[in-house]
Design a protein around this ligand. Sequence first.
Ligand code: ZN
Length: 194
Amino acid sequence: EALSHRFWVNGSLSYSNTIPDGFYLIQGMDPFVWSMCTDVHEENRIPSVESLKSVRPDDSSIQVVLVDRRADFDLGMLENYASSFLSSSSDMKDVINQLAKLVSSRMGGTTSNEENLLPRWKESSEAIKSSAGSIVLHLGKLPIGLCKHRSLLFKMLADKVNIPCRLVKGCKYCKAEDASSCVVRFGLERGISG
Ligand SMILES: [Zn+2]
């Protein structure tokens, strides 16, 4: 929860923050407004994933993206697939490019302007929410992903193959308030997103 809280509030994760099962990303709810409206006084103020699971999708514009390799078979598959890149290439730059392509093809393809993806993202996330009866979506099962989802998945896969990767706020493909991008340490730091 501490790490989920940090990403929710700051939109960043450092090289050393590996993403554990149970990590979740909340979208459509402002951390500041939420903390003003609750009586929670713990250090890490974030709604618990249990409480979010009980939110009905029809009366909420919130969505939660959960990392859970045990329940999310696709996510484990993607990690295994990413590991196979390492055995096929010893060139880090090549592995990074393969990871970026994998993430992009899983999450709706490349686009020069992320706004093009927004209608598809809304449509597919609403469809999954209503069929699952929950606002909690699994990261590995998203058919479309915006930069936030893409960078989260990229970091998970990069961690898996030991490529130093951190997440930062902001994105060059969109103007979303909660946008984020990956930075990989590769000689000089180099930004990757989209
Ligand atoms: Zn973006």
